[in-house]
Design a binder for this molecule. Sequence first.
Ligand code: BDR
Ligand code: CA
Length: 311
Amino acid sequence: MEKRPFIIDCDTGTDDAIAVMAALGCEDIDVKAITSVNGNVREEWTSANNRNLTEYLGIPVEVARGAVLPFYPRGDYYGDTHGRTGLGDVVIPTAEHSEFSKDRAPEVIRRIADGEGGALELLVIGPMTNIAIALSLYPELAGEIRHIWVMGGAVRGGNVNTTAEFNIWVDPYAAAMVFRAGIPLTMVGLDVTEQAILNGEDEKRYRALGTRAGVLTADILQYMFQRNQKGGEDAMMHDALALAAAVCPQCLEFKPYFVDVECQGVYTAGHTAVDVRGVSGRKPNAMVATDLKLDRFKEWLFRCIEGCGRS
Ligand code: BDR
Ligand code: CA
């Protein structure tokens, strides 16, 4: 079967790195490019992490730099969830044999979409700034992207304010533009990703793979466990779960809803307003993940990481 062409747009990021490795190891998809964006840490770090990661794994993929600022910057929001560099305390060698793409993220998306004749899918696991800029420069792209798989938002309860999830909160204007673009879209939000938690047994299993991807995943998990012991979030696979939605839909359950984004608000900026009761009278514009089959997801993720780097 022909592999589905994908671009991963990400702010790598501890759990982004695991999602990228899973995507590179997933036999159903062909990662055409990785485009980097400001988010968990500054864009220069997310870009460097993507380039270092692909070179370390020995998988040649185009890596592009991307948006440095969201549309409406609100000051310094880089927390310590992903450490100073984005990969916690995990260090991978600095890439020496590869270069960043000559194009920035929006141009890469444009070029690859052109070449794929409507088949390109986007896995968007950071703030949506690059995608919104691409849509602003080239509105016709909306008709050329088969599907956008989003890690972002929440039906109920945020992780930045009472209602907003981080990726949407960083750049709500970008997210609003993407949700309104008319592109088939699946939203995988905190309602499910906060249940996608790996534990010490999982960490041992990944380490036992003995591959670069396996050991790196284990090291990132170890960092997440320590973070959790210090009061930070658990080893949540937010971003890999959005990939699972795309290639292992049996791992989740979905419902069609109308979703829009609150761009401003004293308490609610970045909130994804999900019309669960149909009170808006608007037609659904997104499939929203509502439940997770954790064991199935864990097994699927393990198989992807196992496949990463295997030629
Ligand atoms: C999202 O924010 C980041 O911390 C994670 O990488 C994920 O994309 C979860 O809110
Ligand atoms: Ca992310």
